[in-house]
Design a protein. Structure first.
Ligand code: FEO
Length: 170
């Protein structure tokens, strides 16, 4: 039996991860509309990863015999104009998600819920990687985005990202 507050936050995180998938799909669509299919691919894979994150929270609750409550997923709320906009929004979003994971961790820590803390350890590490990747995307675009040839090569590089299932198995 997990603590009520921890259970509530774990349930809410399912929605946040699915919203993340929605947001990244919106970014993928933006780039595909702008003929940058490589960027589109990168964010499509990112959206797949976010759905996996949501499913890990679902599975964790189920493994602990707790009910899963699904709420409505909000419409993506960011407006993109310049090509760099989704990259910056992606970084901001990952920083926000890191904060959410830390909040659940704090709640678990407060009630000595070591099982949930161990589950969340994977997400703490994952968020570090997510922020590193998002920062690199912004930096690369700042360096090369204004030059058409470099943008072409960057787009090609991002086209090579392939989906792989999460390393955490529950
Ligand atoms: Fe599920 Fe990108 O955090």
């Amino acid at each position: 039996m997990l603590d009520k507050k921890v259970t509530e936050l774990l349930n809410e995180q399912i929605n946040k991860e699915l919203y993340s998938a929605y947001l990244y799909l919106d970014m993928a669509n933006f780039y595909i509309d702008h003929d940058l299919d490589g960027f589109g691919n990168w964010y499509t894979v990112q959206a797949q990863e976010e759905r996996d994150h949501a499913m890990l929270f679902v599975k964790y609750l189920q493994n602990n015999s707790l009910p899963v409550t699904l709420e409505a997923i909000a419409k993506p709320d960011k407006t993109f104009t310049a090509l760099i906009d989704p990259l910056k929004a992606g970084l901001e979003h990952e920083q926000y998600v890191t904060g959410l994971i830390h909040t659940i961790y704090e709640a678990a820590y407060a009630v000595k819920d070591f099982r949930t803390m161990q589950f969340l350890d994977w997400f703490v590490k994952e968020q570090g990687e997510e922020e590193t990747n998002a920062t690199a995307m912004v930096k690369k675009f700042e360096l090369f985005g204004d030059d058409p040839k470099s943008l072409y090569l960057l787009n090609q590089e991002l086209a090579g990202r392939v989906y792989s299932a999460p390393s955490l198995v529950l």
